[in-house]
Design a binder for this molecule. Structure first.
Ligand code: SF4
Length: 287
């Protein structure tokens, strides 16, 4: 079976940056180091950091004064940062610059008198953090139906969860335009996710099936799977090579592979290696 790996598959700039910062912190910190939530949404990476002593905690109250707390790439609200400062914690902030921008736009919109609407998953940590920058005043919606149910908002400011697909936010913004008089939209989609989705969508149209690799908790992996399924119904999302079932590929000669922004290269390589051995002959994977 021929295996083709999409360009831009795997680690994005923000995840690489967060991992590098966490790595350096573990190498230099005096006391213990805690991560506020899983550093990234990938179990293999989280386990490898745990083995080196990085403990995941749910809140800053679980970190002892003078110890180090890592804020992950999804970011946190201002009250969490203040609480860490009040407790005299050493803070290493790995918030992705794309997420910081979304936080700043949300804060500006609320300060300028707009009612903020965020298009995103209300339970995702990035969204919770951005909403906190609006004093928790923002409305979070994620579907056209939810947009259509909103009461009329005279001055509406809109931001997006960074990893959403452009097609999805275009649809929801279209519905929001009917619910507001002045609608100010900041495009807070992250460039890395947009490029990753674009190349994966193109590849989905050229192969018989797609395999998307990434953590089950990873929002951008879920989005990647969703956008590929719109082009090709035969898409499987897996966390690791062990989950591959050879029966999926009985009648398939060409499969595409892409991976979420928090998927390490070695996990992608294992998946590709396993796929190339399916259907009798070994064949080269190409990117
Ligand atoms: S997916 Fe985008 S927003 Fe999220 S960490 Fe990566 S670069 Fe940053």
């Amino acid at each position: 079976m021929e295996v083709i790996v999409a360009d831009n598959a795997g680690f994005c700039f923000g995840v690489k940056r967060a991992i590098k910062m966490a790595d350096e912190t573990l190498g230099s910190a005096q006391g213990s180091v805690k991560s506020l939530g899983s550093l990234i949404h990938n179990p293999q990476v989280v386990n490898s950091f745990r083995a080196r002593g990085l403990e995941v905690v749910a809140d800053v109250d679980s970190v002892a004064p003078d110890d180090t707390v890592i804020i992950r790439s999804h970011g946190v609200g201002p009250e969490v940062k203040q609480s860490a400062t009040d407790r005299r914690l050493r803070v290493v902030d790995t918030t992705c610059p794309f997420v910081t921008k979304a936080q700043q736009y949300a804060a500006k919109l609320i300060a300028d008198g707009y009612k903020v609407v965020m298009i995103g998953d209300k339970s995702h940590p990035e969204v919770i953090g951005v909403v906190a920058y609006t004093n928790n005043q923002a409305i979070v919606i994620d579907t056209v139906e939810e947009a259509e149910r909103l009461k009329f908002i005279p001055r509406m400011g809109v931001v997006f969860q960074t990893t959403h697909s452009i097609g999805h936010v275009q649809e929801v913004v279209g519905a929001l335009l009917k619910r507001g008089k002045e609608v100010r939209v900041f495009n807070t989609l992250c460039g890395a996710t947009t490029s990753m989705q674009k190349t994966a969508i193109e590849l989905s149209g050229e192969v018989e099936a797609m395999v998307i690799v990434g953590g089950r908790q990873s929002a951008n992996t879920a989005q990647l799977t969703e956008v590929c399924r719109k082009v090709n119904p035969r898409v499987w999302q897996i966390e690791s090579a062990e989950e591959i079932d050879e029966r999926w590929f009985r009648d398939i000669g060409r499969v595409g592979v892409s991976a979420g922004a928090s998927t390490p290269d070695d996990v992608i390589a294992e998946v590709v290696e396993r796929l190339t051995r399916i259907n009798g002959t070994e064949s080269e994977a190409r990117r």
